[in-house]
Ligand binder design. Structure first.
Ligand SMILES: [Zn+2]
Length: 246
């Protein structure tokens, strides 16, 4: 039987537009392909409640285990938070692909808000001076047209009162790097070591900084970006959408 989604309460032209669009382009859960109701889509996460409950949640211990083999990462980060464990070929990967390869800024913000909730739940007194997305290389930025971590960072910042500024001008890539995907653990580190610099060390001195990226695999990129911040006198915490399984 062909089921129409429930008719939402129409509270204005935007709700009406959403309802009409919803009928024309029904949003599907990225986990199970079931149609999402308009009310569920409003939080911006393309997951039904049961898929959202059953996804593998990441813990601090998983993040720590990922960072453990990288000597340069030891003692660099204060708090660390990740939402989900990356499941190659699974729902978390589909969520990440939707963020990375479809230009949907609202999706990044929605993930960021969820990540912010996880961080403030684990650390209710956390306060940040700055939220910094990992910058893309210039070429990658031109290819893709946007930086997925920038949207995550904006969603994350919304979880805090006062809302910290998101700055994408303070961290700079100083040289081109290869894609990390095909590299071994050791090569990943040499590929990105010293590839980041802080443009204005005074602006980060004595600041608590939240460094944001979409996926943590070996932690090489995040560590390479965190070291110059730490050297400039910042305390660096880390927030990622997904962490690779150990
Ligand atoms: Zn689902």
């Amino acid at each position: 039987m062909w089921l129409l989604p429930p008719i939402p309460a129409l509270d204005g032209p935007r709700a009406l537009a959403r309802a009409v669009l919803g009928l024309a382009y029904p949003a599907l859960c990225l986990g199970c392909d079931r149609r999402l109701s308009v009310s569920i889509r409003d939080d911006g996460i393309p997951l039904c409640p049961s898929c959202q409950r059953t996804l593998p949640r990441a813990t601090d211990a998983v993040v720590a285990e990922r960072l453990a083999p990288l000597p340069a990462a030891q003692g660099v980060f204060g708090r660390t938070v990740a939402l989900w464990v990356f499941d190659s070929g699974g729902t978390v990967q589909r969520l990440q692909h939707a963020l990375k390869y479809r230009n949907r800024p609202a999706l990044g913000r929605a993930y960021g808000r969820l990540l912010g909730q996880a961080l403030t739940h684990a650390h209710p007194h956390a306060v940040y001076d700055l939220v910094l997305p990992i910058p893309l290389s210039r070429v990658r930025h031109l290819e893709r047209g946007y930086n997925q971590s920038h949207q995550l960072a904006h969603g994350l910042a919304e979880a805090f009162t006062p809302e910290p500024p998101v700055r994408d001008d303070l961290l700079l890539r100083t040289r081109p790097t290869r894609s990390q995907t095909a590299l071994s653990r050791d090569r990943r580190w040499t590929n990105v070591a010293d590839a980041f610099a802080v443009t204005d060390p005074e602006a980060v001195r004595d600041c608590r900084v939240l460094l944001v990226d979409d996926v943590l695999t070996t932690g090489a990129t995040l560590t390479a970006a965190a070291l110059p911040l730490r050297d400039a006198g910042a305390t660096v915490d880390l927030a990622v959408f997904a962490v690779a399984a150990v």
